[in-house]
Design a protein around this ligand. Structure first.
Ligand code: NAD
Length: 503
């Protein structure tokens, strides 16, 4: 009988305030409706979080608007804004244990990753944008002597950020750091599965010196608080990471309201393509485990389709089975655990539903496919491998967002490319080959925002991240380019000539 650390006891010393954070303080919510914030490890309720609605969102947007209009933040010298954001990075580290614990308790990720990945990535992001704040210059248009054309960037105003639960610290940082450094005010609607960690970051931002009202957080259900934010007439831009289905709704809301700018980072169905000439086949095959079983597959870039050249198919299937056995889930608060539970009961049911669908459509289930550790009360699922998958099967086309691998054989480069691109998604792709020309041909032809050659999931804050096709559009997260999402370009013409000619 397996037991796991008690998540309720882990949260007890932290005692997070779950009320909305508006105008620099926690405030009582408009309604007394509550969200039960449950720990995936045991299913226990760890906090009752007020479910924000239209009234709370209205208050938060009003606070953000006031903070924007009176210039308490956007009119600070960029260097000063950068110092505040860099200070937030330091505070994240000082409160690292607490933030990592909240992350793990709320969404089930193993504690070693909450601290070594989420926390480190969030800290890097705030620090990097903090340092960037006073290092971007505006432009002067190359005109004739009678005109001066200034091309300047200004903050868009009030930004609504809607984020998912799978990397709450890191993805919040990808939105907040560039939006704030650019001088905007923000209203953040975190996922209902992970609100506590976002609320805590807002408290730390205030401590770092962010003026009250510049960052507001309203926890709540997507269809209520999220929808109200996206439909709000006084929100200038929405930045979103989440599912493709909700991303499409956000486009509708923008059209129905004030045509606010929308940027979307959405789902994926990443092809991980292994050619027989991979430079180190053992390494390529070993990386399959990380690609799909790390984070229990709850990753937008999860390598859920393994495309394998037929010559090495048997070796790949054997390796995948071995890896599945080595990524069995366990207690997320145990520092040795590599894989935790999935985020909620609904997710467990959805994943098991896809397993049934795979079998029903004729794929061969060769590993996993069952719920485990049921005695804990938590939502654990075995790493699962299907072979004999055709790319038109449901398990090869839909985003499962769980530890389910579909192995699809191919004969040659042309076929690999066709299969890889036959999907509505275009977030990322990986190619393993020692043939340099083929690597470049594939990288050019793959319709994906990121292509990894002989690695899986290489990333850095300096490089933009985002998808093609139904994986999103409207600008990228990360890197210098992310600032484009949170700034408007303005052109100012100054007449320097006597005749009034501008060019
Ligand atoms: P989700 O779309 O269900 O929820 C994301 C956010 O949207 C949550 O805050 C939710 O409350 C909110 N929301 C839900 N309905 C809404 C509505 N009608 N109006 C406004 N907001 C609404 O996604 P999720 O389950 O939290 O996250 C998993 C999804 O996120 C997967 O599809 C995954 O691929 C995607 N994701 C993408 C990236 C990326 O960078 N491309 C990164 C991480 C996750």
């Amino acid at each position: 009988m397996t037991t796991v650390h008690d998540p309720v006891a882990a949260v007890e010393p932290i005692r997070p305030d779950a009320r909305p954070f508006i105008g620099g303080e926690h405030v009582d919510p408009a309604s007394d409706r509550l969200i039960e914030d449950r720990a995936p490890a045991t299913g226990a309720v760890v906090a009752e979080v007020p479910a924000g609605g239209t009234e709370d969102v209205d208050r938060a947007v009003a606070a953000a608007r006031e903070a924007f209009e009176d210039g308490r933040w956007r009119d600070l010298p960029p260097r000063r804004r950068g110092q505040v954001i860099a200070r937030l990075a330091e505070l994240l580290v000082e409160h690292g244990d607490e933030l990592a614990t909240l992350t793990t308790v709320e969404m089930g990720k193993p504690i070693r990753y909450s601290s070594k990945v989420d926390l480190v990535q969030a800290e890097t992001t705030y620090r990097w944008y903090g340092e960037l704040a006073d290092k971007r210059y505006d432009e002067v248009s190359p005109t004739g002597p009678d005109a001066l054309g200034l091309i300047t960037r200004e903050p868009v105003g009030v930004v609504g950020a809607i984020t998912p639960w799978n990397f709450p610290l890191m993805i919040d940082a990808w939105k907040l750091a560039p939006a704030l450094v650019a001088g905007n005010s923000v209203v953040l609607k975190p996922a209902e599965q992970s609100p506590l960690v976002s609320l805590r970051v807002a408290e730390l931002a205030l401590e770092a010196g962010l003026p009250p009202g510049v960052l507001n957080v309203v926890p709540g259900y997507g269809e209520e608080a999220g929808r109200a934010l996206a439909l709000h007439m006084d929100v200038d831009a929405v930045t979103f990471t989440g599912s493709t289905a909700v991303g499409k709704l956000l486009l509708e809301y923008a059209g129905k309201s004030n045509m606010k700018r929308v940027s979307l980072e959405t789902g994926g169905k990443t092809p991980n393509i292994i050619f027989a000439d991979a430079p180190d086949l053992d390494f390529a095959l070993s990386a399959v485990g990380f690609a799909i079983f790390w984070m229990t597959g709850e990753m937008c870039v999860a390598g859920s389709r393994l495309l394998v050249q037929r010559d090495v198919l048997d070796a790949a299937v054997d390796k995948a089975k071995e890896l599945a056995a080595s990524w069995m889930p366990g207690d997320p608060l145990d520092p040795k655990t590599k894989a935790g539970p999935v985020v909620e009961e609904e997710a467990l049911e959805r994943i098991l539903g896809y397993v049934d669908k795979g079998v029903e459509e004729g794929a061969e289930l060769v590993a996993g496919g069952r719920r485990v550790l049921e005695e804990t009360g938590g939502w654990y699922v075995e790493p699962t491998v299907f072979t004999g998958v055709r790319n038109d099967m449901t398990i090869a086309q839909e985003e499962i967002f769980g530890p389910v691998l579909a192995i699809i054989p191919f004969d040659d480069e042309e076929e690999a490319l066709r299969i890889a691109n036959e999907t509505r998604y275009g977030l990322s792709a990986a190619v393993w080959t020692r043939d340099l020309a083929r690597a470049h041909r594939m990288a050019r032809a793959l319709r994906a925002g990121t292509v990894w050659i002989n690695n899986f999931d290489q990333a850095d804050i300096t490089a933009p991240f985002g998808g093609f096709k139904e994986s999103g559009f409207g600008g990228k997260d990360k890197g210098v380019h992310a600032l484009d999402k949170y700034t408007n370009l303005k052109t100012t013409w100054i007449n320097l000539g006597r005749g009034g000619r501008s060019t």
